[in-house]
Structure formats: structure tokens, C-alpha cells
Design a binder for this molecule. Structure first.
Ligand SMILES: NC(=O)c1ccc[n+]([C@@H]2O[C@H](COP(=O)([O-])OP(=O)(O)OC[C@H]3O[C@@H](n4cnc5c(N)ncnc54)[C@H](O)[C@@H]3O)[C@@H](O)[C@H]2O)c1
Length: 460
């Protein structure tokens, strides 16, 4: 609250104590406290209402059980409405890590198509490198499976539209895997945003900064990784042909043939959070990026610093950056005319703005004190001030151990069973991915990226 006072009526006109006495008690800022609420997540079973809650588990196969695929399986263990019944990964060691993550023996294979032919399997979770999302999703949809596909949904703009079309024509359920879309803190933020309480919002910013080897994808090559332990051809698929290359396999995020660098890895989460909170489900109209590669010059294709300004419909500016040479929190900052909202870590804070009319005060520093007092006295007489009603700031906190990935999976299983909508469908996922592709387009072309809805493509 001190900050509000500093920016409020007590500071702006440079008033003396005597000025206050003249203005009367009404001008004093009412002390405002913070109202803290510990959010309560709905039970994962309750999120799978309907028949699924009655006992039937959604039978799914996991395709790609490296880092994320294994994490998804660990989270899935806590979701009572889904059951992993098979693991497909082209790399033998990752098949084993997938089984370990799930905690139970299930059939494993290098060829995911084996599970697509199995009519007893409802759905697949796709956590392959990004360039394979389209292939696996299209195959799965053609086989009548519902799909949870990791973010970013597409590797190229055209992939995204192929996925949208296939899912909609096949009447399949697709959940994109940006789990914060199911996070109860983001859901609360979206509720607050939609209530209008923040007033007019035209600027939102967010960033992810991390300076560790993990943060910069300097992943080690696993011992024993040889061409015999992997189906290399299946990894390359329609990417430019390459001989076996462990660095490209383990650090695929660094290479444009398989990933999209910072945009596809991290911006996508920020954009998904932005879309969730603001309710804007659209491609940005324009994007302008800058950045550099100064630290991790290890042969990667992408910058280690990327900053982008986006223009969204309704005069909304979204500013994002990711810096792999700096460590900090990952806030989402929403600037509203009536209140500001910050999501950071496990906390959401809403702080009202002081919007009372105020006399212009800065220029009075150049006036004589007599004239200044006369002017202010007349101003306050002409503008009687109601008592300041600064509402208490609100904050919402996530319970310890809360897992939004489990919530996101539960939402998917629920939709598979009930055929109701998921929270992050193919259209939402496509829009978020387009934002990532536009950031890269602008960076590499050194020009503004324009979204052309008619041709569904990025123009310079
Ligand atoms: N939602 C999140 O928070 C989050 C976090 C990390 C990664 N991801 C996403 O998850 C996906 C996987 O990333 P990762 O970090 O786990 O990468 P990874 O390289 O550790 O795992 C990818 C796995 O896919 C396997 N694979 C590749 N082609 C395959 C195919 N044709 N059939 C079966 N398996 C195949 C690889 O062998 C590997 O085991 C990416 O899309 C990434 O962007 C999401």
C-alpha cells in the first residue's frame, strides 16, 4: 500500500502538512490490508465428472517418454481417471524411463502405430520432439484416437492448420499441453480479468529467464546412446536428412529442423497463459522481435535472448522476453486502469490503482508557495474529494504440491469420456504456436511479422 500512497494524492501535488489540514480528513488514504485466499483445487476425480468418475479409466498410450513424457506419466499416476496401457519411444532407454515413471510394466515398442491399431485404446499422449507432433497427431486422429499433444502444437504454421482440420473433421478431442491453462491460479486470474475489475487492459507482459545448463538446453548425452539403441530414421522423418548425431537428438530444441528455440519452448507457455487470462484466443496481428546469441554459442540455430512485442486484437500489447543469461521469477503482469494483477510463482496479487481525480502537482514546484496554496485551495474547493476508497489488495495462493499437469490431464480424460470441450483445444494451441512462429520470423527476417488471416501465413 505504501506504493499506492506514494503514487497517490499525498505525493503528486507536493503538499505540505498544512495543505492537508486545509483539505480535511476526507483526503486521507484509508489504510488497506491484503486479503489472502488459499485456493483449493477441485479433486482430480471431480474434474472427471460423469461416467469416468464412476470408475471407467481412459486407456491411453504414451508416445515419446523422454523428459516430458516421463513427467506426464508421473503426474498421470495421481489422476484416477486415466490408465497408461502402452509406451512407444524410438529410443530404448526412454521406453524404460517411461515404464519407471508410470511405475507399472506395460507393453513397450519403438513403433507407436502398434497402439493406434488397438481398438481398446482411447487416446494417446504425444510428447515427441516438436517436428514430429504433426505426424503422430495426424496418424492418431486417422486411427480414431483422442490426443493430448505437448506444446507447441505445431512446428510450422501449416502443421497447425493441418492438425486443426484433421481433429475437427474427425470429431476428435485434442488437448494441447500447456498445463498452466488448467492451473487454478490462472483460472482465478481469468475470472478476475473477465469480471472487469481491472478496468481497461491494454498491456500485459511476461518473461522466463534462466541461466542454468538446463535452462539453456545443454543436456548431456546419455551413456550408451548408439545408433543401435534408436530408430534414427523415425526421428528424422521428413526433416532434412542427417547422419546419426547425439547432440541433435538430445538437444533438438536448439535446432530449427526439430524445434523453435526459445519461442517454441518458453514463449508458448507465456502466450498460453496470456490467452487463458485475457480470453483472447487469436493469432497476434503483428510481432516485432529482437535478441542475440552471445553466450551459448555451441552451434545452435537460435538466440539465447529473445524479446518480442505483439499486437493482439482490441489494442492489446503483449511484451515477452526470455533470457538464458539471467535468472529470475516468471511473472505475468497485467496492467489495468482500475487495478494491476501479477501472477508469480504460487501467488496472484491484485492491487487497485488510485484513480481519484488529482490536481496536477509537478509543475507547481515552479510556483511561489503563496500561488501554489491559492491554486490548490481553489482546486480542492472546485473538486470536493470523497474519502479515498482504496480496496484491499487481494492475493490468492496455490496450495503446496499443487500439480497443474495432473489437472490438465484430468481435464483431457474428462473430455475424452464426456465429449465435452477441453480447456486448451486445437484452435487455442494453434493460436499460441502461431505467436511463437511469428516471434522467430521477426527475429530471423529482422522485420515486423504480420499475420495474414486470408492466406493463414506470416508475411513480412
Ligand atoms: N509442457 C511442458 O511443460 C513441457 C516441458 C518439456 C517439454 N515439453 C514438450 O514435450 C515434448 C518432448 O520434449 P522432451 O523434453 O521430453 O524431449 P525428449 O527429447 O526428452 O523426449 C522426446 C522423446 O520422443 C521420442 N520420439 C521421437 N520421435 C518419436 C517417434 N516417432 N515415436 C516415438 N517416440 C519418439 C524420443 O526418442 C524421445 O524419447 C516437446 O514437444 C516439448 O516441447 C513440454
Amino acid at each position: 500500500m505504501a506504493d499506492l500512497r506514494e503514487r497517490g494524492i499525498m505525493k503528486v501535488p507536493s503538499l505540505t502538512r498544512r495543505d492537508f489540514v486545509r483539505m480535511g480528513a476526507g483526503a486521507a488514504v484509508a489504510g488497506a490490508a491484503i486479503k489472502t485466499t488459499l485456493l483449493e483445487p477441485p479433486s482430480l476425480l471431480a474434474q472427471a465428472a460423469g461416467e469416468a468418475a464412476g470408475g471407467r479409466k481412459i486407456r491411453f498410450a504414451s508416445i515419446g517418454t523422454g523428459i516430458r513424457g516421463s513427467d506426464l506419466l508421473r503426474s498421470a499416476r495421481n489422476v484416477p481417471t486415466g490408465e497408461c496401457v502402452g509406451i512407444a519411444d524410438i529410443y530404448d532407454m526412454h521406453q524404460k524411463s517411461g515404464v519407471e515413471a508410470w511405475g507399472k510394466e506395460v507393453p513397450t515398442t519403438r513403433d507407436y502405430r502398434r497402439f493406434l491399431d488397438d481398438k481398446s485404446i482411447d487416446a494417446v499422449i504425444v510428447a515427441t520432439s516438436d517436428h514430429l507432433h504433426k505426424h503422430v497427431v495426424l496418424d492418431a486422429v486417422a486411427a480414431g484416437k483422442d490426443v493430448y499433444v505437448e506444446k507447441p502444437m505445431s512446428h510450422k504454421v501449416s502443421d497447425g492448420f493441418e492438425i486443426v482440420e484433421a481433429v475437427q473433421n474427425g470429431k476428435r478431442i485434442l488437448q494441447t499441453g500447456s498445463q498452466r491453462v488448467s492451473n487454478i491460479l490462472f483460472i482465478k486470474a481469468a475470472e478476475i480479468y473477465a469480471s472487469g475489475k481491472l478496468g481497461d487492459v491494454h498491456y500485459i507482459e511476461s518473461h522466463t529467464n534462466r541461466n542454468s545448463p538446463s535452462g539453456a538446453w545443454v543436456y548431456p548425452i546419455a551413456p550408451g546412446f548408439t545408433p543401435e539403441t534408436i530408430d534414427w530414421k523415425e526421428f528424422i522423418r521428413d526433416a532434412p536428412p542427417r547422419a546419426f548425431d547425439p547432440v541433435r537428438f538430445f538437444r533438438w530444441r536448439c535446432f530449427e529442423d526439430y524445434g523453435e528455440g526459445l519461442a517454441g519452448d518458453l514463449f508458448v507457455h507465456l502466450i498460453s497463459g496470456f490467452q487463458r487470462v485475457s480470453g483472447i484466443n487469436a493469432a497476434p496481428a503483428r510481432a516485432l522481435s529482437t535478441g542475440s546469441l552471445t553466450h551459448f554459442k555451441d552451434g545452435r540455430d537460435f538466440p539465447d535472448l529473445l524479446a518480442t512485442y505483439y499486437e493482439y486484437p482490441n489494442n492489446m500489447v503483449l511484451a515477452l522476453h526470455c533470457n538464458q543469461n539471467y535468472q529470475s521469477e516468471e511473472p505475468l503482469i497485467v496492467e489495468g486502469s482500475e487495478a494491476g494483477m501479477i501472477l508469480e510463482g504460487n501467488r496472484l496479487t491484485v492491487t487497485p490503482q488510485n484513480t481519484r481525480p488529482q490536481p496536477e502537482g509537478y509543475s507547481l514546484d515552479g510556483w511561489t508557495s503563496e500561488l501554489k496554496h491559492q491554486y490548490l485551495a481553489e482546486w480542492y474547493k472546485a473538486n470536493p474529494q470523497p474519502p479515498i476508497q482504496i480496496e484491499a489488495a487481494e492475493e490468492y495462493i496455490l496450495p503446496r504440491g499443487y500439480d497443474d499437469t495432473a489437472a490438465h490431464l484430468a481435464n483431457f480424460f474428462h473430455a475424452v469420456e464426456t465429449r465435452e470441450h477441453v480447456v486448451e483445444d486445437e484452435v487455442f494451441g494453434n493460436h499460441a504456436a502461431i505467436g511463437c512462429h511469428m516471434a522467430n520470423y521477426s527475429y530471423f527476417h529482422k522485420s515486423v511479422a504480420h499475420w495474414d488471416e486470408e492466406t493463414r501465413s506470416i508475411k513480412g
